[in-house]
Design a protein around this ligand. Structure first.
Ligand code: ADP
Ligand code: MG
Length: 694
């Protein structure tokens, strides 16, 4: 249970003065729903208001704080002209300018004859110093409420800087002090302040230096967050170790029949990876292994063989994919092999409902299904496995931590195999898993032809379409990808649908099909099917085909408005072609106006097919923060730590957490008890709950 001391911080934002329900919603979207979330919402810049000149000496253009006496008001007779308030000090005059100024309000704020501190950006106009819409107008006796150095917080529509500032400072007032949870010697060595002191300083910056990630106060806070994260992972891992895993070592029969049925030989990397997986499974601790392999390197068959080992032991396995299309495709491609070996395979996604779903769930519970393939639907509450022993997660970067854990929790001591095409730096993997073993598929299946990638101006669209006409006569299968214009997939419909209409008018209805995320499941299937087996030569698609889709006959991809896509995404998309033994072409259609980075992205694409090089370039072009952005990668979201900037702290937190948990696995020592507070602060309650004396 969360300590009582923390209750005020975990109250809703509305408990703060000045935060009504409407503001609470806006602010909550920006920061999070609780008072504590404001503490983690750090200033991004500062405004220095410590410059306090006389009117005469004031350098125009600077932000200044000036003590003045109010002389008179000059309301405007005409709406287009500003309302002016004339002020002075001993050295000269200052005009305050308000467009659409409210007379009543201004008269109350600036009564004639009174002294006020005015802060804002100054300028000279016709030799007179003036200030438009001052940021602060305060009576002399309230000078304290005017920050000398004002922290500037990231804002969202509908919120003012003042609202966020005031709310944050109220949150600070509600913040309790804690006994130090960090190792005192380490703290001293780093020269870090206490947690509370660091928070106070970060929200009351004394200069812009304190905004830098390498500043001691930022480091201290980042380290707290990283340590909380690593401790939570260590606790979970310790718990997993306590639940003894089971050694799985099948007799190899099923795997043998699958391998015999494969139309190809496994690559060397596939074999090495599989041996690593089999070894993990044979021990009695749980497996947590990542298989990293570029698009097309053949991860799916690795997954199948790993699952077959589990089935040989009389247990069940599940394979989770991020989209319905991909899950069904895995099912279609694996079913013949599974049937050959006598493995019972089924598929379950969000579209399965009613009686058939119920029947499937009963078979699963009775152990009549060996391998279940699907989407998030695999771990819904009513999905009960007889004996789930292995969870495989394909395209792991598309899933969040909760989803991975959700599937793992469907059995006792489930082995985990996660697969990804994205090369992820080690520190990032640490933030998601703590410990993780990695296998890499470095060689591609033999016989792959390189993909020729060309960049073509959107102006030459009709030429491109005509050239496709010739290819279609030879039976080519072509993807035509349209971008997401907005985040919501609804909004990209016009782009893809317009193109679909153009192309089907040109080539004939039966030659062109369309898939996008908003279509009904059966229409999607029909479109995919006619592309794979039927008359359809061109599949117009949104990025629903981005991950995993495998149609080896497809040899041409056109990417419409390619400048809208990121490098990683372009690489994933292009990975849909070049999967068979025929040469493939990727045409990147670009607009005439390109930003410098867009230009570079497209040229990287035409120069290389190597996923690692592309990932590196991506990092270079976008900067670490963006590439390693957590939303896309399924990594835990860090509020204070920047995984790229604080990589060394990540390592230190990892080491510290391991030492702490090995010496004090239940967090009952003196420091252990204090560390519990840290876990609660960062909402790792679940980890605390997993301590035996939780
Ligand atoms: P990804 O790693 O992108 O998930 P897939 O598993 O979808 O790749 O495999 C891509 C294609 O390569 C599939 O058609 C698959 O059957 C084929 N493939 C996999 N392994 C081999 C191999 N060793 N030799 C030849 N083709 C292979
Ligand atoms: Mg795949």
């Amino acid at each position: 249970m969360r300590p009582e001391k923390l209750f005020p911080l975990f109250s809703p934002l509305e408990t703060l003065t000045g935060i009504g329900p409407r503001i609470a919603v806006l602010l909550g979207k920006l920061t999070g729903p609780h008072v504590i979330d404001l503490l983690w919402h750090l200033p991004r810049e500062i405004i220095d208001r410590s410059y306090m000149p006389t009117i005469e000496k004031c350098i125009s253009g600077k932000v200044a704080t000036i003590k003045v006496q109010v002389m008179g008001h000059e309301p405007s007779s005409d709406r287009r002209r500003p309302y002016k308030v004339i002020c002075k000090d001993d050295t000269g005059f200052l005009t305050l300018v308000f467009f659409k100024g409210n007379k009543k309000y201004l008269e109350a704020q600036l009564p004639i004859g009174e002294t006020r501190l005015i802060s804002g950006k100054t300028e000279r106009y016709q030799n007179r110093l003036q200030m438009s819409h001052p940021d602060f107008i305060v009576p002399e006796d309230q000078a304290d409420s005017l920050p000398k150095i004002e922290p500037i917080y990231p804002l969202a529509a509908g919120l003012t800087a003042k609202t966020v500032f005031k709310a944050t400072h109220q949150a600070l007032e509600k913040t309790p002090d804690f006994e130090e949870w960090q190792d005192e010697a380490y703290l001293k060595k780093q020269g870090w302040p206490s947690w509370k002191e660091a928070l106070l300083q970060v929200h009351n910056p004394s200069s812009s230096v304190s905004l830098l990630p390498e500043h001691p106060i930022r480091q201290r806070l980042a380290f707290d967050e990283l340590l909380a994260n690593q401790l939570a992972l260590s606790i979970m891992r310790a718990k997993a170790k306590r639940q003894k895993g089971f050694p799985f070592k099948g007799d190899g029969n099923l795997r043998k029949s699958i391998i015999n049925a494969l139309p190809f030989q496994l690559t060397k990397s596939q074999e090495t990876t599989l041996n690593e997986i089999y070894e993990d499974m044979a021990t009695n601790s749980r497996m947590l292994r990542l298989v990293q392999g570029d698009v097309g390197s053949g991860k799916t068959v690795v997954a199948l063989l790993a699952m077959a080992n589990i089935v040989e032991c009389g247990k069940q396995a599940a394979l989770m994919a991020p989209t319905d299309i991909l899950a069904r495709q895995h099912f279609e491609s694996l079913e013949p092999l599974a049937t050959e070996a006598g493995i019972k395979l089924a598929v379950l996604t969000g579209r399965d409902k009613g009686k058939p779903r119920k029947a499937l769930l009963e078979r699963l519970k009775a152990g009549e299904i060996d391998i279940l393939i699907g989407t998030h639907a695999l771990f819904q509450d009513d999905v009960i496995y007889k004996d789930l022993a292995l969870a495989v997660i394909d395209e792991q970067h598309r899933f969040g931590v909760h989803q991975r854990l959700g599937l793992a929790s469907k059995g006792a001591a489930v082995d985990m195999l996660v697969m990804t095409a994205t090369p992820i730096p080690r520190t990032l993997m640490m933030s998601a898993y703590g410990d993780l073993d990695v296998s890499r598929l470095i060689d591609k299946p033999p016989g792959r032809q390189p993909i020729q990638t060309i960049v073509v101006s959107q102006d030459r669209l009709s030429e491109v379409i005509n050239s496709l006409g010739r290819k279609i006569k030879d039976g080519a299968k072509i993807y035509w990808v349209c971008p997401l214009v907005e985040e919501s997939e609804l909004l990209d419909l016009p782009a893809a649908e317009d193109r679909y209409r153009d192309l089907s008018a040109h080539f004939g209805e039966e030659r062109v099909a369309i898939v996008h995320g908003q279509m009904k499941a059966k229409d999607k299937d029909a479109a995919m099917l006619s592309f794979v087996e039927g008359d359809c030569n061109i599949l117009v698609a949104t990025t629903v085909i981005e991950v995993g889709v495998n149609v080896p006959e497809a040899t041409i991809m056109v990417i419409d408005h390619a400048q809208h896509f990121g490098l990683a995404q372009l690489h994933q998309l292009r990975g849909r072609i070049g999967r068979g033994d025929k040469a493939s072409t990727c045409i990147l259609l670009r607009s005439n106006k390109l930003t410098e980075t867009a230009k570079q992205r497209l040229s990287v694409m035409s120069e290389t097919e190597d996923g690692f090089i592309i990932a590196e370039k991506d990092l270079e072009l976008r900067g670490a923060g963006e590439v390693l952005g957590t939303r896309q990668s399924g990594l835990p979201e860090m509020k204070l730590a920047d995984i790229a900037e604080h990589a060394d702290l990540m390592q230190a937190a990892y080491d510290d957490a391991r030492i702490v948990i090995s010496r004090d696995p239940e967090l009952t020592s003196d420091r252990g008890k204090k560390l519990r507070n840290l876990l609660y602060l960062f909402e790792r309650d679940q980890a605390v709950g997993n301590l035996r004396s939780g």
